[in-house]
Design a protein around this ligand. Structure first.
Ligand SMILES: NC(=O)c1ccc[n+]([C@@H]2O[C@H](COP(=O)([O-])OP(=O)(O)OC[C@H]3O[C@@H](n4cnc5c(N)ncnc54)[C@H](O)[C@@H]3O)[C@@H](O)[C@H]2O)c1
Length: 401
């Protein structure tokens, strides 16, 4: 990190879990954008938004990971992109600063101190950039009794092993005035953390990126509801062979993700799917299947009925790529978070529900059309704050923090 400062960067991505499949794909995308923007920009939904944030390609990245691999080793290990795709940017990739993740044996306060020292070094290197923390840690077991942590001080005193590792990253960022995007299914948005975000004037967005099967589930469920077609059952199967898939074979680790994937269907439709069978007929399965690596496949069988209860059925087969779908969303979310922060909009942001399986905050829009409308409204709010029409007390956040 002993390098001259770079004042040409507008946005700084700070990644927790930076050497994972999504983190390394994002690193390759950030590097490619500098030289060949057309490889990435068409895949961003914010490329034509938020011009006050500067150019999309003027992004830098830094991050933390447990892994001792260098970035090239991590890219090769995940195999998301063939080597020929990232090799032209290898020297840029090698310049990304990586830090060691805090020791889980430290109490949360000591972890936060270590992370904030690293954040300060990033700020010195990129003095003009707007930083955003993006949580890409592995899915993990939820905190047994989150009500124990009514205040941030209670969290800070806890041994790290007694909490989610994610919480130290969230507290370090928010306390340093940096917005947080939680892409994982882990419950980072405890009331104490959301309150800290509101107090510090930073937005917090999450949780659980809605990248593939669940994205299309929301679209289809919204369309079926709009036509008055009744959903009698919905069977969803996923196979994937990346580290996330392996990790999700632990039932405790998969629990949050499966809940997030399952609950939203009943919420969109407004009735419990399976009510006439006396049990839920919305089933979601995830299976680790090593041959596929990151090239995930998902099947949906959707049984519906029309008038007179006449049965019909629909099949969806998605042959996706987990990290290719996720990385541009993480970048889009960083741009939303930086724009919200600049406009002085703080705390949990349910209006970003378009991007998440389990949107934080109350009254998150449920249907696809509701989620698109909420994004439009949020963009208008940002524009009116930037034009000086918003609440002047929460609008005073400047680019330099
Ligand atoms: N890919 C998708 O479509 C998608 C969709 C929704 C949610 N997610 C979630 O996004 C997260 C990241 O996914 P991924 O595929 O990159 O996972 P991954 O397992 O490839 O990467 C996780 C990284 O975190 C690192 N790590 C573990 N503990 C750490 C710690 N304490 N501090 C710093 N680093 C640590 C690991 O070494 C690894 O490099 C997961 O929680 C996943 O469930 C992914």
């Amino acid at each position: 990190m002993d390098r001259p400062s770079d004042s040409s960067t507008d946005l700084l991505l700070l990644l927790a879990g930076a050497k994972g499949a999504i983190g390394t794909t994002l690193a390759a995308a950030v590097a490619a954008m500098q030289e060949n923007p057309k490889l990435v920009l068409p895949g961003l939904t914010t490329a034509d938004k938020f011009h006050f944030l500067g150019d999309c390609p003027s992004v830098a990245m830094a991050g933390w990971d447990l892994s001792a691999d260098d970035i090239i080793g991590a890219l090769s290990r995940h195999g998301v992109l063939p080597e020929g795709m990232w090799q032209p940017y290898a020297s840029r990739l090698m310049q990304i600063p990586f830090f060691n993740s805090p020791d889980a044996a430290l109490c949360v306060a000591d972890q936060v101190n270590q992370l904030q020292a690293d954040i300060q070094r990033c700020r010195e290197r990129y003095p003009d950039a707007r930083p955003v923390m993006i949580n890409l840690l592995p899915a993990t077991r939820d905190i047994a009794d989150p009500t124990r942590f009514a205040t941030v001080d209670q969290l800070l005193g806890e041994p790290g092993a007694g909490t989610l590792p994610d919480l130290a990253y969230a507290i370090a960022a928010i306390d340093a005035g940096i917005p947080v995007v939680n892409f994982t299914p882990n419950t980072v948005e405890l009331p104490a953390i959301c309150n800290l975000a509101s107090t510090k004037g930073v937005p917090i967005a999450g949780r659980d990126g809605k990248t593939g099967q669940t994205y299309f589930k929301v679209v289809l469920a919204s369309a079926l509801k709009a036509r008055g077609l009744y959903v009698d059952g919905w069977y969803s199967l996923n196979i994937l062979g990346n580290a996330d898939g392996l990790n999700l074979m632990d039932p405790d680790h998969a629990c949050g993700k499966l809940n997030n994937k399952t609950h939203l269907l009943d919420d969109i439709l407004g009735y419990p799917v399976g009510e006439r069978h006396g049990q839920s007929t919305h089933k979601v399965h995830i299976d680790y299947f090593p041959p596929r690596g990151d090239a995930k496949e998902a099947w949906d069988v959707i049984d519906i009925t029309g008038i007179f209860g006449m049965p019909m059925s629909l099949r969806l087969n998605l042959q996706g790529r987990d990290s290719i779908l996720a990385a541009p969303m993480a970048l889009d979310l960083a741009r939303w978070a930086a724009a919200l922060h600049t406009a002085g909009i703080a705390g949990p942001v349910p209006e970003l529900g378009f991007f998440f399986k389990k949107p934080v905050g109350g009254h998150a829009p449920l249907t696809f059309e509701g989620q698109l409308a909420a994004l439009d409204d949020l963009e208008s709010r940002i524009a009116s704050h930037m034009n000086g029409d918003g609440d002047t007390q929460t609008c005073a956040v400047s680019k330099r923090h």
